[in-house]
Write a new protein. Structure first.
Length: 283
């Protein structure tokens, strides 16, 4: 299978590259940011519609794994570019891929589309809540992808709503920051019981991406939560990580914040059984 991967110089992109290079059944091509230093691949600005179309027409991928985009605070710094890269480029890439004969498009979406005020593990059918510009851009990208999948009979798409990734390369994850904490530089936690997250190892995310390339879909566009399915409070997190090694932290008075996935769909459709935080290899 010829697979085109965008964002191949990012943390997740590098993990995908390592897995794809070991997969004899895949023939990957990689697009990277022109500002990338670490990865080989074709430098392409995703906001450059003409260049994106030309590259896709040349490579004629059978599938696309779209990891490229603007994240977090960088979105707020440039809303116009965020729309061009995260939303518009997704549609351009999907249209170009479908017109070149691709049959599957895998989008790295985010749990951010749900917000963080739920009280229980959330399913893919839950209402989309978009409190941040990043979340709104991911929700809009999913909408654009759904419209593209409706426009091409042989073109199907998967939006992987990825929860909190930890593991090699994800040094900013709370897991890694706690593991690397010192007495002189403790990690400030936003409460112990009121802050709950769902942590998924990067290797399990990559496994889900690979599985998404070939899974059968009941609808042209499908969203799937990628997570462990276990709510982990800060209290439980420090207990687990503290059993593996010394960690250092202080506790602040954070507001209630809960984000955890129902992973029944992922396990049924992708065969995904992610590791729980602290039970596999952390970074």
């Amino acid at each position: 299978m010829r697979v085109l991967v965008t964002g191949a110089s990012g943390n997740l992109g590098m993990a995908v590259r390592r897995r794809f290079e070991r997969a004899s059944e895949l023939e990957p091509s990689y697009l990277v940011s022109p500002r990338a230093d670490a990865a080989t691949g074709r430098p392409v600005e995703l906001a450059n519609e003409q260049l994106v179309r030309e590259v896709v027409a040349e490579l004629r991928p059978e599938a696309v794994v779209h990891l490229g985009g603007i994240m977090g605070a960088a979105c707020e710094a440039d809303p116009v570019l965020t729309h061009e890269v995260n939303v518009r480029a997704t549609r351009v890439l999907a249209d170009a891929a479908a017109e070149a004969g691709a049959h599957r498009f895998v989008l790295a979406s985010s749990s951010a589309v749900y917000g963080d005020q739920a009280r229980h593990p959330i399913t893919e059918n839950a209402p989309v809540v978009t409190p941040s510009l990043y979340a709104r851009s991911k929700a809009a990208a999913e909408t654009q992808l759904a419209e593209a999948s409706d426009s091409y009979p042989e073109f199907t798409a998967v939006a992987l709503r990825i929860f909190n990734i930890y593991g090699p390369g994800f040094h900013n994850s709370l897991v890694s920051r706690l593991e690397n904490s010192t007495q002189d530089a403790p990690v400030l936690l936003n409460g112990l019981d009121n802050f709950v997250r769902d942590y998924v190892h990067v290797d399990d995310v990559v496994t889900a991406i690979v599985a998404s390339l070939g899974t059968r879909l009941e609808t042209p566009m499908h969203a799937i939560n990628i997570a462990s399915g276990e709510p982990v409070s800060n209290r439980l997190l420090v207990r687990r990580l503290g059993a593996l090694g010394d960690i250092h932290y202080t506790v602040g008075a954070g507001e209630y914040s809960y984000s955890c996935a129902d992973v029944a769909r992922a396990r049924a459709e992708l065969g995904s059984a992610p590791r729980l935080v602290g039970l596999g290899s952390a970074s």
